[in-house]
Design a protein around this ligand. Sequence first.
Ligand code: SF4
Length: 340
Amino acid sequence: MNKERLYGKTLNELIAVSRRAGLPGFSARQMADWLYRKEISSVEEMTNLPKKAREFLSAEYETGLYPPESSSESSDGTKKYLFRVLNNRFIETAYIPDADRATICVSSQSGCKMGCTFCMTGKQGFQGNLSANEILNQFRSLPEFKSLTNIVYMGMGEPLDNLTEVMKSLEILTSEWGYGWSPTRITVSTVGLTNPIKEFLSGSKCHLAVSLHSPFDEERRKLMPVQKSNTVKEVLEIIRNFDFNSQRRVSFEYILFRGLNDGPKHVRELARILNGIKCRINLIRFHPIPGSDFISPDEKTISAFRDALNAKGILTTIRASRGVDIQAACGLLSTLEQNK
Ligand code: SF4
């Protein structure tokens, strides 16, 4: 019989567990402390709970932590880990060390429904939503866990298409009874699902990154089918009307495709539609995937595009490509073969 997993439960869920075990409500905080602070690997180690309750919990629950199945390392130090999820499906997680930062890029779904035409994950279709346990296990069971400084929800899947479990994972990461991380160390990326964005903005304080890729409706529709039902115009309206505090950041991800979205008219239109929004743009080189005709512009064009946006007053940076040689870079994650 599969036992229920305790790791990944919120405080309210742990209160329900403690009631089942005949424990007072405050025991939930003790359990959270063991799970998220003291890093135990079995229920028996919760030694401040009565023995009888521990026996009950051990019979019904497990902590639910499990290591990656395999890993590969890039020549630039980026690592990619393969985790088993959802009863024999797989996901990938990237670990990206930098000078003073160590970032984990977590997956929120196995595969993805969004079908962005430039993305390997999009090409593998959708296999299922990850639970908060499966999202956070990537973080906690990463061999480099203790060195992590930042978390980005930019791995496989669309995080806001799995809003409930993603929000639970954010609550555990940022609550004082959980990991107590500052929300400013966490970024959630989305293609721009309008209703979930509202819930994410009001229910968390983490940074928001929106995948933009073109300021023009028709062009964006060809790159990202989501534009048909959730337009950038609507997304920008939501962002414009939300009261961001000074700590919270909105950024726009922009993958550059040669001859498609890298011209002066794109700079002008980006400046127009983002007018009045305090934000930054991250330019990303396109990394080729099989069966795609897209090509990345050369470095000179990318730099000129960045400079033109900066001249328009939009803080724009070029994201370093990391882990390309192990298919860990942006748009390259895929577990199609393993899932088969
Ligand atoms: S880019 Fe993100 S949202 Fe689009 S298909 Fe890939 S994983 Fe899904």
